[in-house]
Design a protein around this ligand. Sequence first.
Ligand SMILES: Nc1nc2c(ncn2[C@@H]2O[C@H](COP(=O)(O)OP(=O)(O)OP(=O)(O)O)[C@@H](O)[C@H]2O)c(=O)[nH]1
Ligand SMILES: [Mg+2]
Length: 297
Amino acid sequence: MGEFRSGFVSLIGRPNVGKSTLLNRLVGEKIAIISSKPQTTRNNVLGILTEEELQIVFTDTPGIHAPTTKLGEFMVRSAETAMRDVDAVLFLIEPVANVGNIEEKILKELEHCESPVILVINKIDTVKRELLLDVITKYTERFNFHAVVPISAKKDDGVELLKKELYALIPGGPMFYPEDMVTDQPERQLVAETVREKILRNLDKEIPHGIAIEVMRMKDKGSVVEIIANIYCEKASHKGIIIGKNGEMLKKIGRIAREDMEKMLGKKVFLELWVKVKEDWRNRDSLIRNFGYDTRE
Ligand SMILES: Nc1nc2c(ncn2[C@@H]2O[C@H](COP(=O)(O)OP(=O)(O)OP(=O)(O)O)[C@@H](O)[C@H]2O)c(=O)[nH]1
Ligand SMILES: [Mg+2]
């Protein structure tokens, strides 16, 4: 038996690049919600991987973008904080050979980062292998990466190789979290995020971005868990769309969210959802905090 090793690793990149998909792969459990819409993740989420002689605490972060709301500012700030004091940073990019504006901004910030940075080229299942050489050249000209690893988080291709690269960077250290703990999110937050994921996946345009979920009640009644949650949206017109004709949309969201919750909690769930309007909440500090996003004093 060697010495126990432990460390912290952050996942950084533009919205929609696949950070949460990769986090779930690395830990082997569904921890973070995933959708095809940018800005799905709103706060830093821990995913904890514990093996025989090693523990890695991953931080999934919101995608770095040019924020237009106070919530957006909080999201970007969260991601930027996660680059500090870690044993490694995973910088995820799309498999495109020109360095985009967001990537330029991230590269600048990485200049001040003292940890080794691994460039992770994700979604390689969507491009020809030959193209990757151009991507690698363009990026390695710009920054001294510890390693470059092309992967497909979705198809689970290259993730084992990435883990190997990472393991080599983890120093000796204690177990920070109990071995059966996979995330820092309390059950209520996992429940709220599940509802938000279903809304992101079923509704379009601005609506999902203006949604917040508040779990009002979560009570274990033995054979069934009773959950009541409010869905907040920004406009009365959005409320109508979320509820849908004859309540069909809300029913659908409730049904698929409940199925996920039942798997997660290992119990039957009784789920009741209410839709409410809170205008412009994404720019109101007290509401942002109330929904659990920016809890600084
Ligand atoms: N084809 C392909 N799609 C992927 C891959 N990884 C992730 N995706 C898809 O990309 C979309 C975004 O994935 P997420 O994991 O939510 O991306 P994210 O970086 O966490 O996004 P934000 O939370 O908005 O910052 C989803 O539709 C995923 O299924 C991949 O390797 N290949
Ligand atoms: Mg995400």
